[in-house]
Design a protein around this ligand. Sequence first.
Ligand code: HEC
Length: 169
Amino acid sequence: MSKFGYGAAAIVLAVLSLQAGADGSPGKDKAIYGKAASIEQGRYLTRIAGCNDCHTAGYMASAGNVPEAQWLLGDSLGWQGDWGTTYAINLRLYVKDMSEEQWVAMARTKQSRPPMPWFGLREMKDADLRAIYRFLRFLGPAGEPAPAYLPPGQQATGPVARFPSPPPR
Ligand code: HEC
């Protein structure tokens, strides 16, 4: 094979392995996303923008002392108010079958129930949203889905944090 031929084959292989990583398998995702500079930015943002506070069990109570391997797996603590009971979802499973473009589109349009600060997500710059996505893919899928949303009046089985009704405006 000519010199050029080897080069072309290497490129084809590189492209193929990139595609292979899109299947959500943790090992491959680590290899692909782990090298990107945006991983560090994603790690930083999930710490300072509050994502871990709610989406990582025990994060708030331990002042952030949760090993990274357990980050963003969702929480079974319910948030209860006029809206019913919500649970911070497992973000690593959430992005498992989602493309980066779908994630950005979701962040621009989604209006979740309280106390998810969806309006903060909507205001994020594209590069920051992409960094969070890549960090989630780098961490890889793990854990279980968080408990499902319960409409108002439906009893939660686990612990809940109750929000009082806001004063009338
Ligand atoms: C104060 C707690 C809290 C914080 C902070 C928080 N979340 Fe959430 N998040 C939730 C809860 C609770 C839900 C479930 C809401 C529902 O059931 O509608 C949720 C849902 C979501 C969803 C699912 C959207 C959907 O309905 O499809 C995404 C994505 C998400 N959060 C991402 C993030 C990211 C990224 C951050 C950090 C920038 C973050 N969250 C910070 C509590 C929080």
